[in-house]
Write a protein that binds this ligand. Sequence first.
Ligand SMILES: Nc1ncnc2c1ncn2[C@@H]1O[C@H](COP(=O)(O)OP(=O)(O)O)[C@@H](O)[C@H]1O
Ligand SMILES: [Mg+2]
Length: 278
Amino acid sequence: MYMSVCIETRSLSVENTEGLKILDDVSIDISCGDFVIVSGPSGGGKSTLLKIFIGIVEAFRNLKVSGYVRVLDVDVLKEGFRKLLGKVGIVFQNPINEIFSLTVEEEIAFPLENMNLEPIEISKRIDRALHIVNIENLRNRLVHELSMGQIQRVVLASVIAMEPQILLLDEPCAYMDPGSKRRFYEYVYSYWRNSNVTVIVVEHDLDYVLGYATKLLILNRRVVAYGNPIDVLSRVRVEDYGIKEPIYIKMCRGFGKSAKSVEEAIDCLKKFICRDRK
Ligand SMILES: Nc1ncnc2c1ncn2[C@@H]1O[C@H](COP(=O)(O)OP(=O)(O)O)[C@@H](O)[C@H]1O
Ligand SMILES: [Mg+2]
């Protein structure tokens, strides 16, 4: 696994015209290959941070952005997002805004054609992306006939097919039922495990993603905490920030134990719950 830093922010601040700080002095390093959860209250600047990572500087015309941000080898505030095209992919909360095409296959092919890839390469990447997200059966379906959960998987497949070095997910499961949400994150996780991609996901329900993450960032305009997920949870009362702590971590604490990993939390619960069983 690469340990070099692929995203670096220094004293990043974003201010609106009334002088309100949307992001306030954010300095973080994200290592290549990390799986980072960004969590925090609504209005805490999470989407703004992701838009900066993908270099959508157009979204900041009316905002004052200061500080330094490097994504891969690009100084995004100076150089904009052109150099990052295809290297950073994003899945937004509402997939409907991202749908361009009629069929699932066309939807995935569209950005690849824009990248001027050879037809053979395009078809290889489509097959692979459909397989990773387990929607081979939807290949010829019309996108607008699919459910929200299915559409979001199509969007994920189309981003994966671009083979980005950084994958950003901004509350991708906002419109999904628990089962679809769990499956969606399983596909994200298995893709992450089998590639060198860096994943940054905005999610407030830690039940679904905590077990996958290498880092947890609590953002409330400022950085509240950033680091090993279990360390952050032991230092910060995340409920104060509208974040749902996983039930197994909470139960473990209820038993007077603090777990240092997800596996430890589960082990600790097993000991308590199963101790009288033969
Ligand atoms: N282009 C903009 N102009 C003015 N205010 C903005 C702009 N973009 C975001 N904001 C404000 O910044 C705050 C943080 O927004 P956002 O990054 O969407 O937070 P989150 O994703 O954590 O809910 C919100 O109060 C929002 O209204
Ligand atoms: Mg948001």
